[in-house]
Design a protein around this ligand. Structure first.
Ligand SMILES: Nc1ncnc2c1ncn2[C@@H]1O[C@H](COP(=O)(O)OP(=O)(O)OP(=O)(O)O)[C@@H](O)[C@H]1O
Ligand SMILES: [Mg+2]
Length: 257
């Protein structure tokens, strides 16, 4: 796997920084850190391997370093404030969920940060299975019934400082949910509550549906995931072009097994 800025959109990254900085400036710096969130059932390296997740052992060092590198680049764009990153694959199965999960884990490696991964792909929900979390309600359930509050949808993962909001009840399309006032309000509240919490939206594939673009309106940064040797340069360029260049952070090439 390798990370790279795409040609044209990368030229606008400076703009992204400015836009994000002005937006972030109005956020209140909320309550104390949750950095030392307890994780009583932390997973072993072997269990992390089974979940296709990076960890601190040498066996996965190259991959872990690649995700750390992406983390560093995003942090450079985001400045001092926490932010929302959407990760979306060019086409179904290009590795978007794999990258979203591991990027969130790379942020959670840092003891001063926490990561919240939100599965925003109700058609192909993957993270609850990949992470083996307890069954329970998720994003769609909350958006349908906001009175339930957000606490029941935030699940422990067995990885310190990493939490998951699963997708919840399956849905064929999700654009109406993503463009709703409720969704925006939910993300704002999740982000503003803890200044050390970074949000990762695992989005649907760009090809074949407008949902990824609609979701990207809620993110500060967009990371596009291309299947290495799978998505053609033309398909990657076409997918990149649908996003607001001010939010576009770059392309990650995922070498699928
Ligand atoms: N670099 C990798 N190393 C090992 N396994 C990987 C890698 N990338 C992806 N996979 C595995 O390939 C499968 C498909 O990847 P993933 O679910 O991330 O794709 P996706 O782009 O999110 O697809 P969807 O369109 O369903 O959202 C998963 O089982 C995932 O764990
Ligand atoms: Mg996916």
């Amino acid at each position: 796997m390798s990370a790279g800025d795409s040609g044209k959109p990368a030229d606008h990254v400076g703009g992204a920084l400015e836009a994000a900085a002005s937006k972030l400036g109005v956020r209140t710096s909320a309550s104390r850190s949750i950095a030392r969130m307890a994780e009583p059932n932390a997973l072993t390296p072997r269990q992390l391997d089974e979940r296709r997740l990076i960890h601190r052992d040498d066996s996965v060092r190259q991959q872990a370093d690649a995700f750390r590198e992406i983390r560093t680049r995003l942090l450079a764009l985001g400045g001092d404030q926490n932010f929302v990153t959407m990760i979306a694959p060019v086409s179904p199965g290009s590795g978007g969920s794999f990258v979203a999960r591991n990027l969130a884990a790379a942020f959670a490696f840092d003891e001063a940060k926490t990561a919240l991964l939100i599965d925003c792909n109700p058609r192909h929900a993957a993270q609850h299975k990949a992470l083996g979390t307890e069954p329970g309600p998720g994003l769609i359930d909350y958006l349908d019934h906001p009175a339930m509050g957000m606490e029941p949808i935030i699940h422990r993962t067995g990885i310190p400082r990493l939490r998951l909001i699963p997708s919840g009840k399956p849905r064929e399309t999700s654009g109406e949910y993503f463009s709703s006032f409720r969704m925006r309000a939910a993300l704002d509240s999740l982000r503003c509550r803890y200044p050390d919490r970074y949000l990762f939206l695992d989005g649907p594939a760009v090809k074949g549906s407008p949902d990824a673009r609609i979701l990207s309106d809620l993110a500060d940064f967009v990371v596009l995931v291309a299947g290495y040797g799978r998505d053609t340069p033309a398909a990657i360029a076409q997918a990149a072009a649908i996003f607001d260049p001010n939010r576009f952070a770059g392309v990650v090439f995922d070498e699928l097994p």
